[in-house]
Ligand binder design. Structure first.
Ligand code: MD3
Ligand code: FE
Length: 217
């Protein structure tokens, strides 16, 4: 594991861990902004509540989701897609707060992807037992753009596989304030999250929240 010192304007000094040629963990990168992010999430889910969506195969996801931005990721019986409106309300997704987009752009730049301008932020809520099976993110139009993820609350074990499902996955624990940038040759690698263990986080409570920033359109 390659450890580098990194200081970023905005306060925190943290360290980085390379997971692959195009993916970098920025430990604690969002820690100083966590309360702000958490407050913004509260406002977003007041307008677009967390919901457990249905996969095209007819299974209810254990992770509850919402979105902000000009488009949002949804799944139902007819498939996976991005759409500008919340299917539950018919209303546009809440706008992406400037604190979110600035953080995502700064993280991407720190990992070597300058000019990242996300139009979608998927908000995942894991309660104890919730998990995400190995999958690829390939519903975004421009796959040369990275994905940035921000973890808040309880720690989770993230699985990072290869370009084929059969490749054995590496495990890495992601914890409160960690930011990961996934791009380049790692953009289409299989990944997932093991079932969340119960606990209590002082800011976020009994769950894990994950923001994933995407350039979908
Ligand atoms: C690696 N979410 O929402 S974020 C997802 O922690 C998703 O909630 C997980 O996978 C979570 O689709 C993992 C990290 C992540 C996101 C996208 C990736 C890792 C990725 C795309 C390519 C490779
Ligand atoms: Fe994913």
């Amino acid at each position: 594991m390659n450890l580098d010192l990194l200081s970023h304007a905005g306060a925190t000094t943290t360290w980085t861990e390379r997971l692959g040629p195009g993916s970098l963990v920025l430990r604690g990168f969002a820690a100083s902004e966590a309360e702000t992010l958490y407050g913004e999430i509260g406002k977003i889910v007041a307008a677009a509540p967390f919901r457990q969506m249905l996969t095209p195969g007819g299974f209810r996801m254990s992770v509850a989701m919402s979105n902000c931005g000009t488009t949002g990721w949804v799944t139902d019986q007819s498939g996976y897609r991005y759409q500008p409106n919340d299917p539950e309300s018919g209303q546009p997704w809440p706008p992406m707060p400037a604190t979110f987009s600035r953080l995502a752009e700064a993280a991407a730049a720190a990992a070597g992807f300058s000019g990242f301008a996300p139009d979608a932020c998927l908000i995942n809520r894991y309660q104890p037992g919730a998990k995400m099976s190995l999958h690829q993110d390939k519903d975004e139009r421009d796959q040369t753009q990275p994905i940035v993820s921000v973890s808040l609350g309880l720690p989770a074990v993230f699985q990072f596989g290869g370009l084929q499902r059969s490749v054995t996955a590496t495990r890495v624990t992601l914890t409160h304030g960690d930011v990961v940038v996934w791009g380049g040759p790692d953009r289409l690698r299989y990944h997932g999250v093991l079932a969340l263990k119960a606990g209590e986080h002082p800011i976020v409570g009994a769950c894990r929240l994950n923001l994933t920033f995407r350039k979908a359109r």
